[in-house]
Design a protein. Structure first.
Length: 300
C-alpha cells in the first residue's frame, strides 16, 4: 500500500472536518447542571453512512463509537463493512443518485441542520465550506478535472475551478464530496499522515484546515429541493373526462315534476382562457357571482 503525504481527502479526513464544524458541545458548567451534548460523533458518522447505505445495521453498545474513532483517525483496522468496497453497496448508491437524488440531497440537509454549526447570518456556512475547499485544492491526488456539485440542481465545477466559486449549495457539495470518497477514495488509511499533521500543533492544539487561505466571500445556501411526486398523473395519463368533474343531477322519485327540475349547480369548474365550463355545458365569458347548489356564492 502506497502512503501519500498530506493533505489527502478521504473518509476519515472528511469526517474530521465535518466534526470540526459541528455545533458547540455543552460547556463544563452546563454539564454540571445536568445538560449533555445533543449528539455524539458516532451519530454524525452513522448519518453519513446511511446516505450511502440506508439499511446499515448500527452495532450496539460501544462498538460503533470505536468504529467512528478509528475511521476518523484513518486507522488500518477499519471494519470491512465500513470500507465501502462492496460492489453491491456501491452499485445501489449509484442507482439511488440517478433515480432519487433530491431525496438524498434533502437527507444531507437534515444532517446539516442537526449537526453543523452554520455560524452567523453574515458568514453562514462559510467555514465548513472553506475547510473542505482548502483540502480538495491542496490534495494533488485528485484530478484537476474531477467535478464536484455546487448547485442544488447538480451543476458541477472542476477541482481546478472549485476554489474560485462565490456561491454554493452546501448539501449538494457535501454529497458530491462524500460520493467521490465512496467511489474513488475508499482506502481510508491514505489520510493517516494528514490526520497526524492536523494533530501536531503547538501545545497539542489541533491545526485543522481553517479556511483562512480562501479569502473571498462565499454565499452558502442550504435549502431543501423539491422531490418529484411520482403519484401525480399528467393530463395525458389521466382517464378522467370532463363529465366526471361534475355532479350528476339529483331527482326525487316521488316528485311528479322531477323531469322538469333543473340540474343543481355545483362549484366544480374548469377554467380555460378565462371561460368557465359549468354543469350542463354552460360557457360564460365573464363571471361575476356563481350560485352553488347549497345556496352559497362563489366570487370571481
Amino acid at each position: 500500500m502506497v502512503k501519500r503525504t498530506h493533505p489527502v481527502l478521504c473518509g476519515g479526513t472528511f469526517l474530521s472536518l465535518v466534526l470540526e464544524s459541528r455545533k458547540p458541545s455543552a460547556s463544563r458548567r452546563q454539564r454540571t447542571q445536568g445538560q449533555t451534548d445533543a449528539f455524539l460523533e458516532s451519530d454524525v458518522f452513522a448519518s453519513l453512512i446511511k446516505i450511502v447505505w440506508p439499511d446499515y445495521p448500527i452495532p450496539a453498545g460501544e462498538t460503533f463509537k470505536t468504529y467512528t474513532t478509528n475511521y476518523k483517525q484513518c486507522k488500518d483496522y477499519t471494519p470491512r463493512d465500513l470500507q465501502f468496497d462492496d460492489p453491491i453497496i456501491q452499485s445501489a448508491f449509484e442507482e439511488r443518485l440517478k433515480t432519487d437524488r433530491p431525496k438524498i440531497v434533502n437527507s444531507m440537509v437534515d444532517i446539516i441542520d442537526r449537526y453543523i454549526d452554520m455560524g452567523t447570518k453574515t458568514n453562514s456556512g462559510e467555514l465548513p465550506v472553506k475547510r473542505l475547499l482548502e483540502l480538495i485544492r491542496d490534495d494533488d491526488s485528485i484530478s484537476v478535472s474531477e467535478s464536484f456539485s455546487v448547485c442544488s440542481d447538480g451543476t458541477t465545477v472542476t477541482r481546478k475551478e472549485l476554489p474560485n466559486i462565490t456561491a454554493i449549495h452546501l448539501p449538494s457539495f457535501l454529497l458530491s464530496v462524500w460520493h467521490y470518497i465512496i467511489k474513488k477514495q475508499i482506502d481510508n488509511s491514505l489520510g493517516v499522515d494528514t490526520i497526524a499533521a492536523w494533530h501536531s500543533g503547538k501545545n497539542n492544539r489541533n491545526s485543522f484546515s481553517d479556511g483562512s487561505t480562501i479569502e473571498h466571500r462565499i454565499l452558502v445556501s442550504c435549502e431543501r429541493i423539491e422531490v418529484p411526486d411520482a403519484t401525480i398523473e399528467t393530463d395525458n395519463e389521466s382517464n378522467e373526462t370532463a363529465d366526471d368533474l361534475f355532479d350528476e343531477p339529483v331527482y326525487s322519485q316521488d316528485d311528479p315534476f322531477a323531469k322538469q327540475q333543473e340540474p343543481r349547480l355545483t362549484t366544480n369548474q374548469i377554467i380555460v382562457n378565462q371561460n368557465v365550463i359549468q354543469n350542463g355545458g354552460l360557457n360564460i365569458g365573464f363571471v361575476g357571482t356563481l350560485v352553488n347548489g347549497k345556496g352559497g356564492k362563489n366570487e370571481r
